[in-house]
Ligand binder design. Structure first.
Ligand SMILES: Nc1ncnc2c1ncn2[C@@H]1O[C@H](COP(=O)(O)OP(=O)(O)O)[C@@H](O)[C@H]1O
Ligand SMILES: [Mg+2]
Length: 425
């Protein structure tokens, strides 16, 4: 083992002991100043803040990954301006330059109108990103599908990847839950078969997860994209779709964002706008369809923490129920789901799934909760829940209401006031 590796490992250990910690879905993040030894090793200034990212081993695999973030950021150095730098990586962690500032989500939370100057900066990032081709990027994984500028082939491959990398690994644990919720095992495989013909657009680098937590506004007013771990290579129109859905723009802003994106692309990758009006809805449909899997799994897992206190348990259950119900509503049309469960059925399924113990044992091993919540406490919790989320703002389902499948029965219970599903990234 080299001295360098030891110094990096020591620094990672130090980060875990004294760094300021924050947890994402995928990583534990620690911010701390560079020590003299680490600064010597990675060529930085001692005292500069850096970010140590340690993957969470317990995270469920609910995203499609292409490269490691460290590998990608190394290849983007000097190629794409304003991306974090990878300073070191060890077997267990990555050390990145820390972008000082505030995340956009802190200044302008989900659902809130986004200033045009920020929109312009974000679409500019997407446009510069999309202009990078394979020459500038790390090699694609061996099993990565080759589709050139065949957009239909790309979306079909993406749907198959979602089935392979997201749905399949979780099915042994969560398959029963999905079935009870009316999501069949072959739903993504079926969707992949139905991808329509689309205009050809050349592939480029995609950020893959450009939402409000992943945009940092620096004190000197720059707008920087961080968290490149879901970056991938593909049709730039897909990056616009994930951005639109995950940013939770008020619906009224969608057109401005789409127009701004098209304008920005004209100067970096003009062929990326070909056929966008017709094809964007297909990517939006895919994004909502695949999100059903992480949203349901994360909601189910959120119940594992449980509570000895019934009121807290009711709160957990309602949050999970809302997340699942909204995910199903958003994904129903593109996934071609019929007979969606009512909200009460979702609650019942989640409750039974948790108490049945398929993955339903609390960390301490007790089973909970018992007994089934009473109606009175249900409606109290529901009221409290609605109050909490009444400021959540609009959701993004409006754009691209065109799915790849016919709409589900419109007589179903429908409440799209508050979209509280979690993000994929
Ligand atoms: N280089 C960076 N500088 C500053 N903040 C960062 C950087 N990289 C990531 N972050 C912050 O860490 C947050 C959590 O990232 P991550 O652990 O990947 O969580 P998630 O599961 O939400 O993707 C990001 O949303 C972003 O705000
Ligand atoms: Mg991330």
């Amino acid at each position: 083992m080299s001295i360098e590796v030891d110094a990096s490992d020591e620094f990672v250990q130090l980060a875990q002991n004294i760094g300021t910690e924050s947890r994402g879905h995928h990583n534990r993040n620690y911010v701390l100043p560079l020590t003299e030894a680490m600064a010597r090793l990675c060529g930085g200034e001692p005292g500069t803040h850096v970010l140590v990212r340690v993957p969470r081993p317990e995270a469920v695999p609910v995203v499609i990954r292409t490269w490691s973030e460290a590998q990608l950021l190394r290849s983007l150095r000097g190629v794409l301006p304003n991306v974090p730098q990878c300073l070191a990586s060890t077997a267990t962690a990555t050390v990145l330059s820390y972008v000082e500032g505030e995340p956009l989500s802190a200044v302008c939370p989900d659902g809130k109108r986004v200033k045009q100057s920020w929109i312009s900066a974000m679409v500019e990032i997407l446009a510069q990103t999309a202009a990078l081709g394979r020459k500038e990027l790390p090699a694609l994984p061996d099993d990565w599908p080759r589709y050139g500028s065949d957009s239909r082939g790309y979306l079909a491959a993406l749907t198959q990847l979602a089935d392979r990398q997201i749905r399949r690994p979780s099915w042994s644990v969560y398959g029963g839950l999905f079935s009870q919720l009316g999501v069949p095992e072959d739903v993504l495989a079926q969707m992949a078969q139905k991808v329509p013909v689309m205009a050809p657009r050349p592939c480029g680098l995609l950020h893959g997860d450009l939402h409000r937590d992943n945009i940092v506004l620096t004190t000197d007013s720059r707008v920087i994209a961080v968290d490149w771990e879901l970056a991938t290579y593909g049709d730039p129109l897909y990056d616009l779709a994930t951005h639109l859905v995950r940013m939770r723009y008020p619906e009224k802003q969608h057109k401005d964002v789409i127009d701004s994106w098209a304008e920005a692309m004209e100067s970096t990758a003009p062929a990326a706008v070909k056929g966008m009006e017709k094809d964007l809805p297909y990517y939006l449909a895919f994004e909502r369809a695949q999100s059903v899997f992480p949203d349901v799994i994360r909601a189910a897992r959120s119940l594992r923490q449980g509570s000895q206190r019934k009121r807290l348990w009711d709160g957990l259950l309602y949050k999970a129920e809302a997340a699942v119900w909204h995910a199903l509503q958003a994904g129903a049309q593109p996934l071609g789901l019929r007979d969606l469960p009512s909200r009460a059925k979702v609650r019942d399924v989640l409750h039974r799934w948790q108490t049945a113990g398929s993955e339903g044992l609390g960390q301490t091993g007790e089973r909970y909760p018992q007994p089934h919540p009473s109606r009175g406490s249900l409606s109290r919790s529901l009221k409290a829940f609605r109050l909490v989320f009444s400021d959540a703002g609009g959701e993004t389902r409006g754009v691209g209401a065109i799915g790849m499948h016919p709409a589900p029965d419109s007589s179903q219970e429908h409440d799209n006031r508050h979209l509280v599903t979690e993000r994929t990234g």
